[in-house]
Design a protein around this ligand. Structure first.
Ligand code: C5P
Length: 237
């Protein structure tokens, strides 16, 4: 059975990240490494987890010219990551270059290509913030447009807020991965922290999420493994 829970290792140091991964290994589906931990500790933390057999989602949201993104995705592939992401706003050519690079690098190094997924509109943006950047269409329409563009580029899926998940699922079909953060309540700790639009683990999966990114409800719990197992039991069926 595929474990849908991806734990955000939002910690400062390699030691803390490895400690959490050791505590959680076997109870979750993978670990997300974001720009904070990666910038502080570098690629060795990715290698360390990959060498232990963990699935690593490298959440660096690449957004650059196609050649630069392609070479970055190739480098991530060689590190052994299982999932990597780019900004869909980088465009069709950039996303196609990312996918091709993942497959070419995997073939050259006899590895499995990572899933390449796209960020649509950052969930920290609202309609007014989007407008300030010159995008004047409805925010949800922009999310769906970018999700469809990612699909056209043959990417494996998108990152989406819980409230976007159902619309993307119905627009992009069953084979498209939707990775959903903002998980609170139900089997997860209810404290919202700085998340505004949240959904319980079971509701997010019912709305069509393929994977749930969960940080603080697991990593800040008194017993992270117990918290992870409780959430996993609510969604992995
Ligand atoms: O602690 P929490 O469960 O809120 O962590 C969620 C993780 O997902 C964090 O790493 C956060 O940066 C990330 N994320 C998010 N909302 C998005 C995209 C990513 O919370 N829209």
């Amino acid at each position: 059975m595929l474990n849908k829970i991806l734990v955000a290792l939002d910690v400062e140091s390699r030691a803390e990240a490895l400690g959490l991964a050791d505590a959680l290994r076997g109870s979750v589906g993978g670990f997300k490494i974001g720009s904070r931990l990666f910038t502080a500790e570098g690629p060795s933390i990715v290698r360390a987890l990959a060498e232990r057999g963990d699935r690593v989602f490298l959440d660096l949201k690449f957004h650059d010219i196609p050649n630069t993104v392609a070479t970055a995705v190739a480098a991530a592939t060689q590190l052994g990551v299982w999932m990597v992401n780019v900004h869909a706003a980088g465009g069709l050519v950039m996303m196609r270059a990312a996918r091709t690079a993942a497959h070419d690098a995997a073939e050259a190094h006899k590895l499995t290509p990572p899933l390449v997924i796209a960020v649509t509109v950052l969930t920290s943006m609202n309609q007014a913030a989007l407008r300030e950047t010159g995008i004047i269409i409805d925010l949800m329409d922009q999310v769906l447009r970018l999700a469809e563009l990612a699909k056209e580029a043959q990417l494996d899926g998108v990152v989406a807020s819980p409230r976007e998940t159902a619309a993307i699922r119905s627009r992009c079909g069953p084979g498209f991965a939707i990775v959903t953060p903002g998980i609170r309540g139900g089997a997860a700790a209810a404290s919202k922290d700085d998340q505004e639009r949240t959904m319980s683990p079971a509701d997010a999966v019912a709305a069509g999420a393929s994977y749930l990114v969960v940080g603080r409800p697991i990593i800040a719990a008194p017993n992270p493994r117990e918290a992870a197992e409780k959430i996993a039991a609510a969604v992995n069926r």
